[in-house]
Write a protein that binds this ligand. Structure first.
Ligand code: ADP
Ligand code: G6P
Length: 463
């Protein structure tokens, strides 16, 4: 922490790790970059369950300037709070998937009580001079709980995932309570202007709020700044990863296996928001409509398992494996397997090497807050032979990366056409597009995510 700087206290469900062996997930990656740079306290769930749950003594691990303090949950808390409300109610709803959302009062109760208990455990660890920064949909109520316990300092909130339109959000039985609780924060941050507008729209239409200057909203006696802070990656760091020995080893291995074939990659948690089924169909359509690619391209989908206890995720895995089997069965030859799916985790250095070996990266979510994979792919490219990014119009990253090939992930034909265009793109166009994207990733607004948010938080309430 630099002298005179306030201490950062970050709160999120997942905490750490600070090293390269990140669990898949944009929040953990983004926050560990920020904490490594600035130092501070990172508070959240240990990843463990125990009989005492949130009452069990906290554990603290110190690494350099960062302290990571975590507490357990009971099995029951984990079920209601994490699997239930966070991942069966809020996640699908905020990703515009009302068809997959389940609502029940037991999990809502568990969610509120875990928020309250995490706030109670955090309160004695913080001072009014700290900058408290709460992350993501697991902890919408945490700020208001901290206020009720008497905390007077600044509290900010950042939503890593989309905020859906009010017409969808009002389906959540506790939607009014939840957004009112968000008004306890001084600053609420979103990935894109669309998310911010959806939130502000809810405040105006549902809660009778009014817009003020400076991206502020007033609801009753509360004024909150609702603004856009797109998250970025540590681009110079990732660029260095891409030329590390570990990356090069993976790059070479993949190039050797591919031989003359062009490599297509996808890297996503196995989640229905990522549009993997639609992507596989797009690849199949490529082989159908542009048969010259048969035997000439290969598609590697890295898809680490995520939340695999939930039915929707079990079903997705089954569907993907079936579809990959169907595509391979239909097109494979003795010496060519068109599509490969891998569920294992990689270090981020290894991933950087995989990105670098690819001619095309497919990032085609049906809805995504930002999508860091798109930015990592850009940062990892070889300047002498850059690859092409095919990017969904529904990823937050689209706002900063208009030079990618933008597709509608629901349209099988559109994905197939974009793939064909990417695979046949002349070097000059590839180079021009990549340079523009590189500029955005290295020097655009998202290269400054943490400082921009904390600057806004520090200045909140000062006219
Ligand atoms: P989300 O947050 O929804 O998972 P993002 O694309 O924003 O999506 O972030 C995913 C992060 O997880 C990226 O930083 C990516 O490098 C990392 N990641 C994805 N797959 C793996 C994997 N197999 N092993 C390790 N990290 C991974
Ligand atoms: C997304 C969410 C994070 C979450 C991550 C992994 O990135 O925004 O909050 O941590 O997915 O999901 P998991 O449920 O394993 O934490």
């Amino acid at each position: 922490m630099a002298e005179g700087q306030r201490r950062l206290v970050a709160v999120s469900n997942r905490v750490g790790p600070l090293n390269d062996e990140g669990k898949a997930g944009g929040l953990a990656v983004g926050l560990s970059d920020a904490l490594r740079r600035r130092g501070g306290l990172w508070f959240g769930w240990s990843g463990e369950t125990s009989d005492e749950g949130t009452f069990k003594e906290a554990q603290t691990q110190v690494q350099g300037e960062v302290s990571m303090t975590t507490i357990d949950m009971t099995e029951e808390e984990l079920e209601g709070f994490y699997y239930g409300y966070a991942n069966r109610s809020l996640w699908p709803l905020l990703h515009y998937r009302l068809d997959l959302a389940h609502f029940d009062r037991q999990s809502e109760r568990a969610y509120r009580s875990v928020n309250q208990r995490f706030a109670a455990r955090l309160a004695p660890l913080i001072e009014d001079e700290d900058l408290v920064w709460v992350h993501d949909y697991h902890f919408f109520f945490l700020g208001s709980e901290l206020r009720q316990s008497g905390f007077k300092g600044k509290i900010g909130f950042f939503l890593h995932i989309p905020f859906c339109p009010p017409e969808i959000f009002t389906a959540l039985p506790a939607s009014h309570d939840l957004v009112r609780a968000m008004l306890a924060y001084d600053v609420v941050g979103f990935q894109t202007d669309t998310d911010r507008r959806n939130f502000v729209g809810f405040c105006l239409r549902e809660l009778g709020g009014e817009k003020l200057e400076g991206h502020r909203v007033r609801v009753g006696d509360r004024v909150v700044r609702a603004d856009t802070f797109p998250i970025g990656i540590d681009a110079p760091g990732f660029e260095r990863f891409a030329v590390s020995p570990e990356a090069s080893e993976h790059e070479e291995m993949l190039r050797e296996i591919a031989g003359d074939r062009l490599q297509i990659v996808g890297v996503d948690r196995m989640d229905y928001s990522k549009g993997l089924v639609e992507r596989f169909r797009g690849f199949e359509r490529l082989l159908e409509d542009y048969p010259e690619n048969r035997g000439k391209v290969q598609f590697l989908q890295v898809a680490p398992l995520s939340r695999s206890e939930l039915d929707a995720y079990v079903e997705l895995r089954r569907e993907l494996e079936e579809l990959a089997g169907h595509i391979n069965g239909r097109f494979a030859t003795l010496d060519w397997t068109p599509i490969q799916i891998m569920t294992r985790g990689f270090t981020r250095r290894a991933l950087a090497g995989i990105y670098r070996a690819a001619r095309v990266c497919l990032v085609t979510p049906l809805r995504d807050g930002m999508n860091l994979v798109a930015k990592e792919f850009v940062a990892a490219q070889d300047p002498d032979d850059p690859g092409v990014l095919v990017l969904s119009r529904f990823a937050g990253a689209r706002a900063e990366l208009p030079d990618a090939l933008i597709v509608n992930p629901y349209s099988t034909d559109d994905v197939a056409r974009a793939l064909q265009r990417a695979l046949t793109m002349p070097f000059d166009e590839r180079d021009r597009r990549w340079r523009a994207m590189r500029e955005a990733v290295f020097a655009g607004p998202s290269s400054n995510w943490c400082d921009a948010f904390l600057g806004a938080l520090e200045n909140s309430g000062v006219d």
